[in-house]
Design a protein around this ligand. Structure first.
Ligand code: IVH
Length: 705
């Protein structure tokens, strides 16, 4: 008799643990065979039996439920199957406010930006922030033509067939609507529907879901629209993307138009004029929160006048004209079972608390971040303590403190390791601070030898904003890193995989977890990425302080891989004029330049980069080849701009082929100065750089168009 034959309630704890591990493995394998490779090897009944067995063991041993348990997974692992859609107008996220003061600051910031008197009224909408997932629906001549999830904001997944199956989403718009309109809003599930669905799932021995939001997401991303149709999803419209002709000039008016087109809109939306009124509305909604039939996690405030929204523009990925005022985080207490150390891409060692699973705000929490050794000391926690955990939105849960009366006598303090947990056991060193003191970050000194760092580096390389290779995620990277037949130790190795596989006797398709289809798909996906935009290439290198936006700035400024690479090497060699040139770019300062210099001063990195460059074709970053008088010029905007926001100004200049720099130098060709311009204007005068005002800028731009 094997463990699998023992009834769930007769298993010992040891056996139950083993059985849950086996079931997780088995179910995962069948899920993959079914969903990814379309070739299941067991019948539905056999598969259900595995799931039911898993559930039964978990019910008897709830303390042993695994983090990767099939019962915790929501929906099918389907994302690889949906086509990608590029949003015409990006789907942005919202900045957060957590306190009343944050809201007051937000309103004051807007007034300042718009040059309004400190207490002048400014019309703003306030509406619930629905805890679901956002969807963009494109209608042409009143008909739904496509639906896309938000994805990374730029590219989402095409879920048109599924959106058509949602009763709340009209296939044909009613009334008088624009020829082209992208309606955006939130897909969600009500509490009642969520509970009923879970009861049904349980009765059928199928997986149950964690919370309504994940369920809505899983339901919308099913490969079979019939499954989506059977799930009671709802949709609130609250925003828009591309619109051929705007039917209203205000946020409120637009939402009314969406309503008249046949969408449901939220009744709790109202118009306010001051921060105090916004806060009152927040309070009112918070009081009603428990009685609402759906989850909300805050209140969203938006400037009502669309012309003002346009002037306010964006900072990073969020609009300056809106903010999400979150409700306070939810808390719970649980036991701290241990503290693990994670090693990041740059070798930073981060302690992570392993917790007895606990539900906080509807989500099971098993880990919490502890940041660094000082944080552990500050909290004063010991292993075995009862700790309070807080979770706000999607952020990683945090430990707030411990309950003194419940500290067991055998609670043990945590000693930060002196060596890296990797096989090499390399000594841990502390970063130094600017003043030369000891910083809080401890790093493994192994750098390129530390397997953890190398794996993290490769993971970054294939991540969504870098090379984004379909089918090559974190798990697969680790697999290849450790695989003796097809090792991937550096990014270039990814691009020689197919060729090496071809020559190998031990082929990928014959390996555990792979098949002919998945191996073929992977090689194809890698081939697709052999041609890569310059900004992704730069970001993928994993240079410290070079995030995707900085990478884009660099790509726009240098245009080609060769130019960027040469400049980076020159900077690493101490070439001051190359450094100055990079320094003149907006948003780029010493931290980035030093990081680029350090990266390219390292022989190992230089080899990694040249091996990689030999494998891929790096696309030039689109630099308008316009014959505009601004092409190739370096422009600095300074002072208070009144007709455009900084982001708009930058966008305009870049579209005309110019580079926008943050400081005036010998290389500056033009300074556009608004009122109040100071030191930059003076510097321009000293260097004899041409200076014009905003009106002249617009006149020249119009003239060049
Ligand atoms: S407005 C440009 N309004 O929150 C801003 N978003 O963090 C567009 N959300 O991705 C979003 N309720 O999924 C807006 N009433 C509401 C919302 C809302 C929920 C979500 C949405 C968005 C996220 C932004």
């Amino acid at each position: 008799m094997t463990i699998a034959d023992i009834p769930a309630d007769e298993l010992t704890e040891e056996q139950a643990k083993e059985e849950l591990a086996r079931l997780a493995r088995e179910i995962d394998k069948h899920d993959r065979l079914y969903h990814t490779e379309d070739k299941p090897i067991v019948s539905d009944a056999e598969y259900d039996l595995l799931r039911r067995r898993n559930l039964a063991v978990e019910q008897c041993f709830p303390n042993l439920i695994r983090e990767d348990s099939p019962s915790r997974r929501v929906g099918a692992p389907v994302s690889e199957k949906f086509e990608k859609v590029r949003h015409k107008v990006p789907m942005l996220s919202l900045d957060n406010a957590f306190s009343d003061d944050d809201v007051v600051d937000f309103v004051a910031r807007i007034r300042r930006f718009l040059k309004l008197e400190p207490h002048s009224p400014i019309a703003m909408t306030a509406e619930p922030k629905i805890d679901g997932l956002s969807l963009s629906l494109r209608y042409e001549n009143g008909r739904l033509v496509s639906a896309a999830t938000r994805g990374d904001g730029q590219v989402g997944e095409n879920v048109t067939a599924n959106a058509r199956a949602v009763a709340d989403i009209p296939n044909v718009l009613s009334g008088d609507c624009p020829d082209i309109i992208e309606v955006r809003g939130e897909v969600y599930m009500t509490h009642r529907d969520f509970l009923a669905l879970n009861q049904r799932q349980e009765a059928e021995g199928k997986q149950t879901y964690v919370n309504p939001r994940n369920t809505a997401a899983g339901s919308l991303r099913q490969l079979d629209p019939a499954i989506t149709a059977a799930r009671p999803l709802k949709f609130y419209a609250y925003a828009w993307g591309e619109v051929s002709e705007m039917p209203s000039e205000t946020q409120m008016g637009m939402v009314e138009v969406l309503k008249s087109c046949g969408f449901r809109t939220n009744d709790l939306m109202c118009l306010c004029e001051t921060a105090r009124e916004l806060l009152e509305h927040h309070h009112k909604i918070e009081e009603q929160r428990a009685t609402l039939s759906y989850d909300i996690d805050g209140v969203v405030y938006k400037v009502n006048d669309l012309a003002l929204q346009q002037r306010l523009g964006f900072v990073s990925r969020s609009p300056r004209w809106a903010i999400a005022h979150k409700f306070p985080a939810e808390k719970a207490s649980t036991i701290l079972r241990g503290i693990d150390i994670q090693v990041g891409r740059t070798g930073a060692l981060t302690p992570v608390a392993r917790l007895e699973p606990v539900t906080v705000g509807g989500v099971v929490v098993t880990n919490a971040t502890l940041h660094n050794a000082e944080e552990i000391e500050r909290l004063g926690i010991k292993i075995g303590d009862t700790v309070t955990v807080q979770r706000a939105g999607d952020v990683i849960p945090q430990i707030l403190g411990y309950v003194e009366e419940r500290r067991p006598p055998d609670a043990v303090g945590f000693e930060f390791p002196k060596v890296c947990p990797c096989e090499l056991k390399t000594p841990v060193v502390r970063d130094s601070t600017v003043g030369g003191g000891e910083g809080v970050v401890r790093r493994c000194s192994g750098e390129f030898a530390c397997p953890y760092q190398r794996i993290e580096h490769l993971r970054h390389f294939v991540s969504r904003r870098a090379f984004d290779i379909e089918g090559l995620g974190e798990k697969q990277i680790e697999f290849f890193f450790r695989d003796p037949d097809l090792p991937v130790k550096s990014p270039a190795d990814i691009f020689t995989l197919a060729e090496r596989d071809e020559k190998n006797l031990k082929k990928l398709k014959d390996k555990e977890g792979w098949g002919a289809v998945s191996a073929g798909n992977l090689f194809e996906a890698i081939e697709v990425r052999r041609t890569i935009p310059l900004d992704r290439m730069i970001y993928g290198l994993g240079i410290r302080h070079v995030g995707d936006r900085t990478a884009m700035t660099l790509a726009r400024a240098y245009g080609t891989w060769q130019d960027f690479h040469e400049a980076a090497l020159a900077i690493a060699n101490g070439d001051l004029s190359a450094r100055e040139e990079m320094d003149a770019l907006e948003d780029i300062g010493d931290a980035v330049i030093d990081a680029v210099a350090n990266y390219f001063a390292e022989e190992h990195n230089c080899k990694l980069v040249s091996d990689l460059a030999a494998q891929v074709n790096v696309q030039e970053t689109e630099r308008p080849t316009s014959d505009s008088p601004f092409a190739g010029k370096t422009i600095v905007f300074t002072g208070a701009l009144e007709r455009m926001s900084r982001d708009e100004a930058k966008g305009m200049a870049e579209r005309l082929g110019a580079k926008v720099a943050g400081s005036v130098s010998k290389k500056t060709d033009l300074v556009v100065a608004g009122p109040g311009a100071g030191s930059k204007l003076k510097k321009a005068a000293e260097l004899g750089v041409e200076v014009i005002d905003e009106d002249a800028w617009f006149a020249q731009v119009d003239g060049s168009g």
